[in-house]
Design a protein around this ligand. Structure first.
Ligand code: ZN
Length: 297
């Protein structure tokens, strides 16, 4: 009997097409009937596998392996496919907190609770929407700054420019096009994305991934203020801990002020962070007296 192999969720995504293909069936373990046929499992064998409990049937014509992703199975059982914010999170992109757990795109597209994109695309016959469809839906379900952060994460992880990613998607409303214009593939963490978008929204001139003399690349720079953003799962090794302290020391020698922002600072304590950034910038201490970096953008 054919055994279905389900790998963990941590597969490497190298392109939009391969992300779709990889996650189309073999990884999450939930298959449309035709996908099983493509794997060489015909009707007879399929029935046998259902009888023996190797496959369950969350919805007509959909089959789930015993070791499938429960969330994907739940989406299929709910009448659609895993979509939108949930699909992006499932693919391992950075997704900010505060969104409901299960975003489903309904097969009929008319359900009130169904997520939907901008093109009248029926839910596909793969149990998880492709990255581009998920981004389209998420533009409706997420706030602007959150969507930009996820889009940054997609671009950075998949090594795609905003233009390349945009090219993979259909026609979009103007406001989504404008959001694309605010994304940045160089951004290395969600907290960095959110900080950048908010600071620019306040009128600050923010340099992304600035080169700081004697220090190297930092996350963000506003005048003389260098901002380092830590991700949620940031647990530094002894080596990283030492490296961060050396960088801070070198930056101080160069006349830079360094802020290290944590996930909680950015997501839950932003008002205070902004107050502190304003305190520095209002004193006009943030402007370098002379250019210290090559990238004085
Ligand atoms: Zn949604």
């Amino acid at each position: 009997m054919t055994r279905l192999t389900v790998m963990g969720d941590q597969s490497v995504i190298v392109s939009v097409a391969s992300a779709t293909a990889t996650h189309g069936g073999a990884v999450h373990g939930v298959y449309f009937r035709d996908e099983l046929a493509a794997l060489g499992i015909g009707e007879r064998e399929r029935r046998l596998m259902v009888q023996t409990g190797e496959l369950t049937v969350p919805r007509k014509d959909w089959y789930a392996a015993a070791t499938c992703s429960p969330k994907v199975k739940e989406a299929v059982k709910a009448g659609g496919v895993l979509a939108c914010v949930s699909a992006l999170s499932y693919y391992g992109f950075w997704v900010p907190p505060g969104y409901r757990d299960l975003h489903v795109r309904s097969a009929r597209g008319k359900s009130k609770t169904s997520c939907r994109g901008y093109s009248p695309k029926a839910a596909g016959r793969t149990a998880v929407d492709p990255v581009t469809t998920a981004l389209e839906c998420a533009a409706r379900c997420m706030t602007e700054e959150d969507w930009i952060a996820v889009c940054d994460s997609v671009q950075n992880t998949m090594n795609l420019s905003a233009e390349a990613l945009r090219g993979e998607m259909g026609s979009l409303p103007k406001y989504v096009e404008a959001m694309f214009g605010k994304t940045d593939a160089r951004t290395q963490s969600g907290t960095e994305s959110v900080s950048r978008v908010r600071l620019r929204g306040c009128g600050y001139k923010v340099v992304v991934q600035p080169e700081i003399a004697e220090v190297g690349r930092a996350d963000l720079r506003v005048g003389r203020l260098v901002i380092e953003c830590d991700g949620r799962q940031y647990h530094s090794s002894a080596e990283e801990f030492q490296n961060d302290r050396t960088r801070d020391r070198k930056a101080a020698v160069g006349g830079w002020i360094v802020f290290r922002l944590t996930y909680d600072d950015v997501l839950f304590g932003w008002d205070e962070v902004l107050q502190d950034i304003r305190a520095i910038t209002q004193k006009d201490r943030h402007r370098p007296r002379r250019p210290r970096t090559k990238s004085g953008r």
